[in-house]
Design a binder for this molecule. Structure first.
Ligand SMILES: [Cu+2]
Length: 363
């Protein structure tokens, strides 16, 4: 297969846009029942379409719908910084996280009305060392209650992961005793809606005995987006019916479709490159794979005590994380994907550019 197979995405995207697929909703009774009950508890929540398209015979896909100037917008987009930040000094790491309702771009020209940690989806990458205490302070600047659930914590969730009312703050601490790469997310019901609205991120807990030296360390957080409109003329809101049916319009690494295709991650030939991959879901799996190489080491589900060697594709489940190392000697453009290719088609692909090579794989 030619390496340019992934390059036709923008073209394919335009084709899909023209095609506008309608998919028959596969549930009627169950879906309308749960819609009613969920909607009754969150009816007034801004930023989501709890009713979705319930009552209609079909659900509309907006996959690939982009404005005419999408290429220029993609180039002008400032990508989410995938570089793993350093570990802060000290026994206690204070984290102040503001909960904010913002309009984000999730693909070139595609606007989405999101709920966020600190104004982005994903929220900030948190990096600590095993044994440090994480002191979290949430301040809710949003319109509805939110919370934060750290998969890296062993703590009673009814005490720590409780909802914070708008305008209020709340603090709790946990000791990061278990090394790994973990998801964090809002745990306020319906959790599906809070994650699908953008409330998720990654926390990396280094083992006390560090992993071997890596020349480059990147963090990728996968997530799906379920839209109630194309989001081109006005921001889209979450469509709960599509979220329930796991029918995303866009699937992204670090919150924006294809961003590392236009702005590749980089390495030098021979560098050891380490990826920390979290799948935030809310529901799909990321089948992590790098085209043109083998994963020398795969710390599956963030277990830092052992690794698999020389593997091709590793599942990162929704709510899970994995650490993957590769060393590429031959200069070139190496796409990293979820090898579940529907997700690539909806934006879950980037490029690792090894060496000073020219061109892109985008056309
Ligand atoms: Cu929330």
């Amino acid at each position: 297969m030619k390496p340019t197979s992934w390059t036709i995405l923008p073209v394919a995207v335009a084709a899909v846009a023209a095609l506008t697929v309608a998919i028959v909703a596969i549930s009627n009774d169950n879906s309308s029942t749960s819609t009613t009950s969920a909607a009754s508890t969150t009816q007034s929540a801004p930023g989501m379409n709890m009713a979705g398209t319930a009552g209609k015979a079909t659900l509309q896909s907006y996959a690939g719908q982009l404005p005419a100037n999408a290429d220029a917008l993609a180039k002008a987009h400032k990508p989410y910084d995938a570089t793993l930040p350093p570990v802060p000094a000290g026994e206690v790491v204070p984290l102040h996280i503001a909960l904010k309702d913002v309009t984000l771009q999730i693909a070139p020209g595609v606007k989405f009305s999101a709920w966020t940690f600190d104004g982005g989806a994903p929220g900030p990458v948190i990096h600590v060392r095993q044994g440090q205490t994480v002191k979290v302070t949430l301040t809710n600047g949003g319109a509805i209650p939110h919370s934060i659930d750290f998969h890296a914590a062993r703590i009673a969730p009814d005490k720590a992961f409780t909802s914070v009312m708008p305008g209020k703050s709340f603090s709790f601490s946990f000791k990061a005793n278990d090394p790994g790469v973990y998801m964090y997310h809002c745990g306020t019901p319906p959790v599906l809606a809070h994650i699908a609205n953008g409330m998720y991120g990654a926390i990396v807990v280094d083992p006390k005995t560090p992993l071997r030296h890596a020349d480059k360390e990147y963090v990728l957080v996968a997530g799906e987006w379920y839209l109630d409109s194309p989001g081109l003329n006005k921001p889209a809101y979450l469509d709960m019916d599509k979220a329930r049916l796991m029918m995303p319009d866009w699937v992204t690494f670090n919150g924006y479709a294809n961003q590392y295709k236009d702005h590749p991650l980089t390495a030098k030939p021979g560098d050891l490159v380490r990826f920390y991959v979290v799948d935030a879901g809310p529901s799909l799996t990321t089948a992590f794979h790098i085209v043109g190489t083998i994963l020398d080491r795969a710390y599956v589900n963030g277990d830092m005590t052992q690794f698999q060697s020389s593997v091709q594709t590793v599942d990162v489940p929704a709510g899970g994380g994995g650490v993957f190392e590769t060393r590429i000697t031959q200069p070139g453009l190496y796409p990293f994907v979820s090898h579940s290719f529907a997700s690539v088609d909806m934006g879950e692909v980037g490029i690792l550019k090894v060496g000073n090579v020219k061109g892109t794989m985008s056309h």
